[in-house]
Structure formats: structure tokens, C-alpha cells
Design a binder for this molecule. Structure first.
Ligand code: APR
Length: 238
């Protein structure tokens, strides 16, 4: 299991031009989460749901990783077994920064993929930045069932959380970058870890920053070198 867990959220991609969720002007202020990101959204609001994710997928095409993604990717390449890169983000900016998809744990799904809704089939397809309807009118190539975005909606199972749970068991350094902590309980994880760093642009009501060993309220691109130094101090000396 990894000695260092780097957990990121929407804030790490904010400087790349991708909207966050709960900040002023964020996505959940513009869209009703219960309509397009709920366990029953594909049954009740199929076209609105598909449209929302089609638009966000298309928006991703010209987005580039920022310095924080680049530094995290370099660290993971340097210490592949000792670092777990875990993200709540469904964008592909760590992959664009050079990481293999299997080296990034995406807790909430992956925007450039769609998935068959038939649980027996459950196949995923990489559609890049296209609309879900562009391939075979949005039906599964294998079994013919309607496809859906490969995103974990509220109220659905999130199988990748098991990997998060495993990695935090022996975690020596837990790093949080760019999340308000409303979904993943970072307070509890910070208490497990021997050392922890919190980097957000501003305090969040859901995060008790006193539980963290170091708190950096600044942009991720301004904080990332100090974060990387801590990782190097821990892993470089061993
Ligand atoms: N650098 C660092 N942190 C930043 C920056 C930045 N440049 N810009 C914003 N932030 C921080 C904010 O201070 C805030 O704490 O990023 C956080 C964004 O919080 P949210 O919008 O709530 O995003 P996130 O925590 O990733 O949401 C979690 O909720 O809706 C679901 O599935 C969705 O994965 C998402 C999950």
C-alpha cells in the first residue's frame, strides 16, 4: 500500500479552467444535482443527464493540465509504488500530464468513458470527447442496452472507494488538494495518517483544518512545490 496518498478534488483542476462544484458560480449552483447526477437521473431525466455530461465531455477537449497536475504526475512516475494518486475528479488532466489511466484512481468515474446500463454487461467504452449518442446512437455494442456516462451519481455504489480505504491504512503522508470535503470524509483520514497536508484555496465548513499537520490556503499551483518537498523528504530519504 502507498506511503503517500494524494487525494484531489475539483480545486486542482480549477486553474485549468474546469468548474468546481460548490463554490460561488460552481456547477451545482447552475444545475440541479438531483436532476442530472442522482441514482435515478437516467430513468427520470435521461436526455438532460446525457446532455449535461456530453457538454462537460466536449469542454474537456481543450483543457490542459496545470503545474499542480504536472508535479503530482512527476512524483508518481518517480515513486510509482509509494504514491497513490486518488482523485474525485472525472477529468483526464492527470492522464494528459503523462500518467497512465491505471495509475490514477478515479473515485467518481471518468468523463471520456461511457458504460452499459445492463448490470450483466457493464462494459465501458472510451468515446473521447464525443457525444454519448455518436457511437451506435448511444447503445452498447455488445448487448444493445442504452449507454450512460461512466460517472458515479449520488446514491450509487462507488467501487473505487475500496482502493482509497486500502491505501489510507498504512498512509504516512496524506495530502488533500482542492476539495471541500463534502463527499470524502477527509477529517477522519487525516486522523489516521501519521502526517497530513491540506491545500485548498479557502477554508471549507466541512473540513476541520486543525486535524492536519500543515494547512496551505492558496492556489494549488502555488502550494505544490512545498507539497512536493514534503514528499521528497519522506520518500527520497528512504
Ligand atoms: N487551488 C486549490 N484549491 C482550490 C482552487 C485552487 N486553484 N480553486 C478552488 N479550490 C478549492 C476550494 O477552496 C474548494 O475547497 O477546491 C474546492 C472545491 O470544492 P467542490 O467544488 O465542492 O469540489 P469537490 O470537493 O471536488 O467535490 C467533490 O462532489 O459533486 C460531487 O462528484 C462531485 O467529485 C465531486 C465531489
Amino acid at each position: 500500500m502507498a506511503k503517500v496518498v494524494i487525494l484531489s478534488g475539483a480545486g486542482i483542476s480549477a486553474e485549468s479552467g474546469i468548474s468546481t462544484f460548490r463554490e460561488s458560480g460552481g456547477l451545482w449552483e447552475q444545475y440541479d444535482v438531483t436532476v442530472i447526477c442522482n441514482y435515478d437521473s437516467m430513468q427520470k431525466n435521461e436526455s438532460l443527464t446525457i446532455e449535461f455530461y456530453d457538454k462537460r465531455r466536449a469542454d474537456l477537449e481543450d483543457k490542459e493540465p496545470n503545474y499542480a497536475h504536472d508535479v503530482v504526475a512527476d512524483l508518481k512516475e518517480k515513486y510509482p509504488d509509494d504514491i497513490a494518486v486518488i482523485t474525485q475528479n472525472v477529468d483526464n488532466l492527470f492522464e494528459k500530464a503523462g500518467l497512465k489511466h491505471e495509475d490514477v484512481i478515479h473515485l467518481h468515474g471518468f468523463m471520456t468513458e461511457v458504460r452499459c446500463q445492463n448490470p450483466e454487461c457493464n462494459k465501458t467504452f472510451d468515446i473521447g470527447y464525443k457525444s454519448l449518442y455518436d457511437d451506435h446512437n448511444g447503445f452498447c455494442l455488445t448487448c444493445g442496452t442504452r449507454l450512460r456516462p461512466n460517472i458515479v451519481f449520488f446514491g450509487e455504489a462507488a467501487p473505487m472507494y475500496e482502493e482509497l480505504n486500502e491505501h489510507i491504512q498504512d498512509c504516512e503522508l496524506f495530502i488533500v488538494i482542492g476539495t471541500r470535503g463534502n463527499v470524502v470524509g477527509v477529517n477522519t483520514i487525516a486522523q489516521y495518517a501519521q502526517r497530513s497536508i491540506l491545500n485548498n484555496y479557502e477554508p471549507s465548513p466541512a473540513i476541520e483544518d486543525a486535524l492536519f499537520s500543515k494547512v496551505l490556503y492558496k492556489k494549488a499551483t502555488d502550494a505544490i512545490e512545498e507539497i512536493a518537498d514534503e514528499v521528497e523528504t519522506l520518500l527520497g530519504s528512504k
